[in-house]
Design a protein. Sequence first.
Length: 219
Amino acid sequence: MTPPDPCFRAADRPAGPAPIGRRRWWTNAVIAAATLAGLGGCVAFEHSPVESPTCDPDLPGTWNLKAQGVAKTLRIDARCHTEDWPGLHEQPTALDLTGFSLGRDRYIVLSPADAQRAIGAQGESLVKAAPPGSVFVILYRVENGRASAWLPDSQRVLAAIATGELNGRKLDEKFPLVQGSAQAIRDTLSQRGALLYNTEANKAMVLERVLAPASKDSP
């Protein structure tokens, strides 16, 4: 069976009834894609905005992850590494959740190979389509024990590219590439973030911190 397109959206799932086996396969594919890159489509950035992504000190710990069709516990260590990311068929996969901050906005930076593994899709669709050195960037904000994350809105990005508000092009007619140097992309994220991320829309995922139980000796 053909593996899911990495830019697959839940809305693109074939309509009508399907055999139970196929329906289960589609459900798992939608879960995996929606967790990272399936909600609004894929958007690649020509260069990483930072040379060396770092670990956000607010991320390590235990979280309840909630996304479309996904609810599970995610454990992030002191290096912002997790072994619990939900991949295809709900099998956990390892992932580094490192990135950078611009004011209150924080970002996770993934290479095409990391994004491919995070999606859980078989094959190397993202790796082959995205130019060498390009990355995928997730926006998130942390407040009151909750981390809310958004994916770039591919339709919004394509519209901004068409009007010249963003510098970029289409990749294989599937998803846009935002072009520019590392500094130019940092400036774009800082000054034109609303052209990339629709924070008024539904969040791609929400992480709710799991607090350690109080000690019996606590007052």
